[in-house]
Write a protein of this length. Sequence first.
Length: 491
Amino acid sequence: MKNGWEAIIGMEIHAQLATETKIFCACAANFGDEPNANTCPVCLGLPGALPVLNEKVVELGAKAALSLGLNVNETSIFARKNYFYPDLPKGYQISQYDKPFSSNGTLTIMTSERDEQGRAAGWQPLTIRIERMHLEEDAGKNVHEGLPEVDKYSYVDLNRAGTPLGEIVTAPDFRSSWQAYDYVNHIRRVLSWVGASDADMEKGNLRCEANVSVRKIGEEKFRNKVELKNLNSVRFMQKAIEYEIERQIEAHEKDETVAQETRLWDDKNNRTRVMRSKEDAHDYRYFPEPDLQPLTVSAEFIEKVKSEMPELPDAMRDRFIREYELSYNDASQLVSEKDLAEYYEATAKASNSPRVSANYVLGELTRELNNSNKPVSNSPVSADNLAELVKILDAGKINNNQAKEVLTEMFQSEKTAPEVIKEKGFEQISDSGAIEKIVDEIIENNQNQVNAYRGGNEKLFGFFVGQVMRASQGQANPKVVNELLKEKLSQ
Ligand SMILES: [Zn+2]
């Protein structure tokens, strides 16, 4: 980084756990329903209503922790975090404080800086400390738009109040915006992979905050940090951090104070702006939640959750590289999404041609899916059908360009590869009798070239191949043509 400065970044991620019901009551955890439709005395915070912990939250919390290589503490304690805000009906949030669900872990991710075009410049492992992951309930939402007379009134929607969250807090171990970017993507992918969270930032079920400060390399103390909030895409988050690093370095170099404050990303103007200046550190007056027992998680429970976990993406990537001889980049792209990885593996196995399968899945198929805006789980070409095409290609019955054209047509019409090949008349002539006839004719009609070839001008071989292919209108199997020509010309 410029002039001997380094960035110090810590991340906080709130992931909504993918339960059907809320954390302490039986209300649906759906978001986007009619406002306040999913509420009851517990999540409305009515006096006398008692919370009951949803066991599914513990299971998904454990899945989240284990998938990130974190421990699950045998005992964790729910605590009240007291503050006042209109979207928090009880006047406190049930969270965890000094005894969280998981603590003192580490996580290794793959990360890379990017060049001007946004291309990865070399992937490296980076191990960061995860201070804690705790379970808590979400607050409701104040609504300031889309309702009558919003200039006069604020509205509160409590459908979200009481939906379960896992909050993951790292130590300030990131040194660049791209490291933070790769970290959030790692978390998103792993949590959705194991089904712990939908982890969709656009839908708000994964939210992240970044704490950013800078210091001179060699300094031990931290300078004032800025908290970046409302980062609703991972790309905006990266831009916000990058902007903030530059802004703070510039301020320090001019001997200006960098205020300890919360800032938002303003995407229209490509800059961060102040949301609120940090009052004195909040005093949340945490104390143990008297209405809930300490949460104990048995070793058997953890074993059971472990046994139900799928193979994790990084392990799958390494296996693809090892078993299928794929490049790191191809294997990484294939495991970017669980459905894609499974689709690929089914194709590779059924076609017995893992590398060609990878090319087609990452190339033509992905392009067709993107163009038609379909997820791979909804692909009109099944893995078996793609595998059939790959097999036909591998057998030399059609060439690569024809295979691409066939795949496009399969995608549009949902027909099988043999059906499309037949319709398009791509079936190559593999019958060596028919090809032999053409080869004989070509040799007969080009005696000068035959003599030159036999006299040592081996470059002419390509000429003969070209003639035979032309005579067969491109439909002769090139492998058979080559074999026959070699045989006949050497006589
Ligand atoms: Zn409720």
